[in-house]
Design a protein around this ligand. Structure first.
Ligand SMILES: Cc1cc2nc3c(=O)[nH]c(=O)nc-3n(C[C@H](O)[C@H](O)[C@H](O)COP(=O)(O)O)c2cc1C
Length: 207
């Protein structure tokens, strides 16, 4: 029997919204998924700015940092460096079929839409698209320019799910954590992963 549930690729790019990605990682680890983590250079700056996490640029050290942070089992979290072309996510023969970029910068949206594959995040997304797996992007920018919108339309038409970091308020959030969980819950829904993070529409208290 496999030690973990099937691996999911979770990529952090340099958009604002590091808490969304961190919470998603925490929940996936708690649910016993193996998670392959990709982190762009800008994402490391954002992680420090928004969540006070100074993540090492060394993939082994970064793996240890995140594993400690989320009490992951050995091998459960694997961070791959941005030039690690020999990692499983770099090839269609080994890459997980599911990948989430959370948060996703306008720059990464553009690079993915163009098939740039210039760093491991972009290559991994390109692989998921070509293998017709499930790619979810969580873009955060405001306002969106026509460039952003055109890139997102192109990706959406290719079957990529565009899920902007735009939490609702109809569940009456009492904290930032509630807003973060709103987004993470919707991402888990799309990954077909059962959870109890939020009440479902129509199943909560009536107002
Ligand atoms: C603190 C911080 C916040 C940022 N927020 C955003 C953002 O919300 N959306 C965005 O598209 N770019 C944002 N950027 C700019 C991107 O990080 C930058 O365009 C970078 O080149 C993206 O590269 P990447 O996609 O490889 O991570 C932010 C940068 C920093 C340092």
């Amino acid at each position: 029997m496999d030690k973990f549930k099937p691996a999911i690729t979770l990529a952090f790019s340099g958009a604002s919204g590091a808490p969304y990605g961190l919470r998603l990682l925490e929940v996936l680890v708690a649910m016993n998924y193996q998670v392959f983590v990709l982190i762009s250079s800008a994402a490391r700056v954002v992680l420090d700015t928004e969540s006070n996490i100074k993540l090492s640029g060394n993939e082994q050290k970064a793996t240890e940092q995140l594993s400690t942070l989320f009490s992951a089992k050995p091998e459960q979290i694997k961070v791959f460096g941005k030039d690690n072309w020999f990692s499983p996510v770099a090839s269609g023969s080994a890459a997980p079929k599911k990948m989430v970029v959370c948060p996703c910068s306008a720059g990464s949206v553009s690079a993915i839409a163009m098939g740039a594959s210039d760093n491991l995040l972009e290559r991994a997304a390109d692989v998921v698209i070509k293998e017709r797996g499930q790619l979810i992007l969580v873009p955060r920018e405001t306002p969106f320019s026509s460039i952003h919108l055109e890139n997102m339309l192109k990706l959406s038409q290719l079957g990529v799910t565009i899920m902007p970091a735009a939490p609702g308020f109809y569940h009456q959030p009492a904290s930032i954590a509630d807003l973060v969980d709103f987004m993470v819950a919707r991402i888990l829904d799309h990954l077909n992963i059962e959870h109890t993070l939020t009440k479902r529409w129509g199943y909560g208290e009536q107002h």
